[in-house]
Design a protein around this ligand. Structure first.
Ligand SMILES: Cc1cc2nc3c(=O)[nH]c(=O)nc-3n(C[C@H](O)[C@H](O)[C@H](O)COP(=O)(O)OP(=O)(O)OC[C@H]3O[C@@H](n4cnc5c(N)ncnc54)[C@H](O)[C@@H]3O)c2cc1C
Ligand code: FES
Length: 270
C-alpha cells in the first residue's frame, strides 16, 4: 500500500448533477496517480475548527490530460453540515485532502462477466472500478451489468457515463419513476434465477441492501466484494470509530478505514 498524502488541492469544478448531488473535480496529480478503485479520501471541508473532522469520499473518477493523470473527481450527496459546506465551494478555491486511503477493490485479470450493484450514492466508487475493469479486459470479451437503484429518478446518476463504457444498465426506483418499481435486489435476483452467472458481484450502498445481496449471491455461490460505509473520524486506524464486527476468529473487529472499505462479505458479521 502506498503512503497517503496530505495536500491542499485546487477545486477545478463543483457542479450540481441533480438536486442534492454534486460532482467535484480536484487537481491532485500525485494523489490520483497512486489511487486504486474503491479507495477514498478524507476531506477537510473548510479551514476552521467547525466542522472539525474530515469527511470520507470515494474516488469516483480519475482526471486525465492526454496520458497524464491530473486529479480526480468525487461524487457526493448533501446529507448534513459538511457536505452542505462542500456544495457551496467554487472552482478556484482550495481544500485539504488526505489520501488515497483504504484497501480498494480487487480487480482480477481474468474476469469476463461482472455484476455491479449500486444503491443511490453507492454508485460513486463503481465508475472508477468499471473503467479499470474495462481497461484490463480491453482486448477480449467482457460483459458488465450494472443494477442501479434509488428512491426516485433524481437518485440515478451517471447513467450515460456507464453507457459510454459499454455497461448494460438495469435501473430501479422505489417510487417507480424510472425503471423497475421496487428495490434493486429484485432485478438482480431475477437475473441470477434466469441462469446468468457473473464471476463476481461488486456492490456499494446501504447496509440492508448489501446484506440482501450477500444472501442472494451466497445462494448462487457467487463471490462478492462490497464497499462499506462507517462514520469515520480519522480514516487511518487511529480513532477506532469505524470498527465493525468480523466473523473471523482472532480478528473480532475490523476497521472499515484500514481493512476496508472493501470487504468480502463472508468476513463481516451482518
Ligand atoms: C469510505 C467511505 C466512502 C464514502 N464515499 C462517499 C461518496 O463517494 N459520496 C458521498 O456522498 N458520500 C460518501 N460517504 C459518506 C459521506 O462520508 C457522508 O455522507 C459524509 O461524511 C456526511 O457528512 P456531513 O457532515 O454532510 O453529514 P453529518 O452532519 O455528519 O451527518 C448527516 C447525516 O448523514 C449520516 N452520515 C454521516 N456520515 C455517514 C457515513 N459515513 N455513512 C453514512 N451516513 C453517514 C449521519 O448519520 C446523519 O444522519 C462515504 C463514507 C465512507 C466511510
Ligand atoms: S476512522 Fe479512525 S480508525 Fe477508522
Amino acid at each position: 500500500m502506498t503512503m497517503p498524502l496530505q495536500d491542499t488541492v485546487k477545486i477545478l469544478w463543483n457542479e450540481e448533477q441533480a438536486p442534492s448531488y454534486f460532482k467535484m473535480g480536484l487537481a491532485a496529480p500525485e494523489l490520483a496517480r497512486t489511487a486504486t478503485p474503491g479507495q477514498f479520501v478524507m476531506v477537510r471541508v473548510r479551514d476552521s475548527i467547525d466542522p472539525m473532522l474530515r469527511r470520507p469520499f470515494s474516488i469516483h473518477n480519475l482526471l486525465k490530460d492526454g496520458g497524464n493523470v491530473r486529479g480526480f473527481e468525487i461524487l457526493y450527496k448533501v446529507v448534513g453540515k459538511g457536505t452542505k459546506i462542500l456544495s457551496e465551494l467554487r472552482a478556484g478555491e482550495y481544500l485539504s485532502v488526505l489520501g488515497p486511503l483504504g484497501n480498494g477493490f480487487t480487480c482480477p485479470k481474468d474476469l469476463q462477466n461482472v455484476f455491479l450493484v449500486a444503491g443511490g450514492i453507492g454508485i460513486a466508487p463503481l465508475y472508477y472500478l468499471t473503467s479499470v475493469l474495462e481497461f484490463i479486459a480491453r482486448n477480449r470479451p467482457f460483459w458488465c451489468t450494472l443494477f442501479f437503484g434509488g428512491r426516485a429518478a433524481d437518485d440515478i446518476l451517471c447513467k450515460e457515463a456507464f453507457q459510454i463504457l459499454g455497461v448494460d444498465i438495469k435501473l430501479s426506483t422505489e417510487n417507480g419513476s424510472l425503471g423497475y418499481k421496487g428495490l434493486v435486489t429484485s432485478p438482480l435476483e431475477k437475473e441470477l434465477a434466469s441462469g446468468e452467472r457473473p464471476d463476481i458481484i461488486y456492490a456499494c450502498g446501504p447496509k440492508p441492501m448489501l446484506k440482501e445481496i450477500y444472501q442472494i449471491a451466497a445462494s448462487h455461490d457467487i463471490p462478492c466484494q462490497f464497499s462499506l460505509e462507517a462514520v469515520m473520524a480519522c480514516g487511518f486506524g487511529a480513532c477506532l470509530g469505524c470498527a465493525i464486527k468480523g466473523t473471523k476468529k482472532g480478528s473480532k473487529y475490523l476497521h472499515v478505514c484500514m481493512e476496508g472499505p472493501v470487504f468480502d462479505p463472508k468476513l463481516i458479521e451482518w
